[in-house]
Design a protein around this ligand. Structure first.
Ligand SMILES: [Zn+2]
Length: 405
């Protein structure tokens, strides 16, 4: 992490400021300083922290920084113990500070484990799911955000929630020029740290979307593609990340749609339903199985179905067994894959006062990739009008009532 990120980061427990103790740091020269949105470096050298801790003096907690990536979880994991052993001397000098001792949200340990395995399988591959880097640019710019010519000039920072290995964040920066705060629960980000360290506009952070380490209302755009349905409660996840959108800011989410399972007809429809119902049986078992058993099961499925996968891919020449494995891990190993309808999601936005909603573009997706778009993709903006301020507060009161159940 760059030292400048401290200005933005907060303790995820109390939202207070943090103090940096660096154990090991690098100074980068010749970093591309022309990237829009990048903090200027007066000396021409950029200080980046390789190992260290961030201290909350109010909560008396230390948060690790490892492989350039701050780990801002409110709960303890086996990683914390390893980190404390590796840096035993430095940690001994912080006798009044502790490892975070909060509770994860339901299922978060499992979600963290399966997605870490999933993204460690793929890492920085040429393809992310079916898409090349160029495809991803087109997907995000033309299909999901529909920034046909240029991004809105008031999008200067983005909270990217759920980033896999970090490739999506790179693409978001490329199409917006904005500074990207890339938050993910999975530990594969520690592997991305060294690969992404010379990209000062891209800040990788391990953390939970239920406790993001930032001040509320501090982002121009909060962006989450294919993530929220993998939490214990998609709507709570939505409400949680919406808190970080500034007034007049934007919120984009894409999640799975139930109609994609049941609206398809013919043989494809039957296959879709068969795969869906089989996943309902297989996922609860594999998500709870020991890691080794899970890996063996996914390898067996991958070896059997790899030839079929290659035949239907956009880039068969680049698609390897690793990609098939990643795909089936995504399908069969997450603890949660909730399905929703468009009306439900539109109502979530309306309830939080987002009064300007735009849908993703199935037509552009078909033009680009020659197939049907699935899922629910909505870009919402909260525009401050006198009406909306009044109705927002009453709707938010209602939402709090709903969430309490
Ligand atoms: Zn704190």
């Amino acid at each position: 992490m760059t030292a400048g990120v401290l200005l933005k980061l907060r303790c995820p427990c109390c939202r207070g400021g943090l103090e940096l103790r660096a154990f090991a740091e690098d100074y980068l020269k010749g970093v591309d300083q022309d990237q829009p949105g990048t903090s200027p470096v007066p000396s021409g050298r950029l200080r980046i922290i390789r190992e260290g801790v961030l201290l909350c003096n109010r909560c008396r907690i230390w948060y690790p920084i490892a492989s350039y990536v701050p780990v801002m979880l409110v709960f303890q994991t086996p990683f914390h113990k390893t980190f404390a052993r590796t840096h035993a001397q430095e940690i001994a000098r912080l006798p009044n500070y502790n490892i975070p001792a909060g509770q994860p949200k339901p299922g978060e340990h499992s979600v963290q484990a399966t997605f870490t395995e999933q993204w460690n399988t793929l890492q920085n591959d040429d393809l992310s799911f079916s898409y090349s880097r160029e495809d991803l640019e087109n997907l995000h710019r033309k299909v999901l955000l529909k920034w046909s010519t240029a991004p809105p000039p008031d999008v200067r920072n983005i909270l990217n929630v759920g980033v896999g290995f970090g490739v999506e964040s790179e693409v978001l920066h490329k199409i917006s020029g904005a500074e990207i705060y890339a938050l993910d629960l999975n530990f594969s980000l520690l592997g991305s740290g060294p690969l992404f360290r010379e990209k000062p506009f891209l800040h990788l952070i391990v953390g939970s979307l239920f406790d993001p380490p930032f001040a509320e209302k501090s982002f121009d755009l909060v962006y989450s593609q294919g993530v929220l349905m993998h939490t214990y409660d998609t709507r709570q996840a939505f409400n949680s990340i919406a808190r970080f959108v500034r007034d007049d800011g934007r919120l984009f989410i894409w999640i799975d749609a139930i109609e994609d399972i049941f609206a398809r007809r013919g043989i494809r429809g039957l296959l879709t339903k068969a795969l869906y119902f089989s996943s309902l049986v297989v996922r609860p078992v594999l998500s709870r199985a020991p890691s080794l058993l899970r890996s063996v099961a996914i390898w067996v499925i991958s070896l059997l179905l790899h030839p079929l996968m290659v035949a239907r891919e956009l880039h068969p020449g680049k698609w390897s067994l690793k990609n098939t494995n990643h795909h089936f891990r995504d399908y069969f190993t997450p603890r949660y894959v909730h399905m929703h309808t468009f009306n439900e999601v539109v109502e979530w936005y309306e309830t939080l006062g987002f009064n300007d909603l735009r849908l993703h573009s199935p037509l552009m997706f078909r033009r680009l990739f020659g197939r049907s778009l699935f899922g629910i993709g909505i870009l919402g903006r909260r525009m401050a009008t006198e009406d909306s301020v009044e109705s927002r507060s009453s709707l938010q009161e209602e939402a709090v009532g709903v969430n309490a159940h």
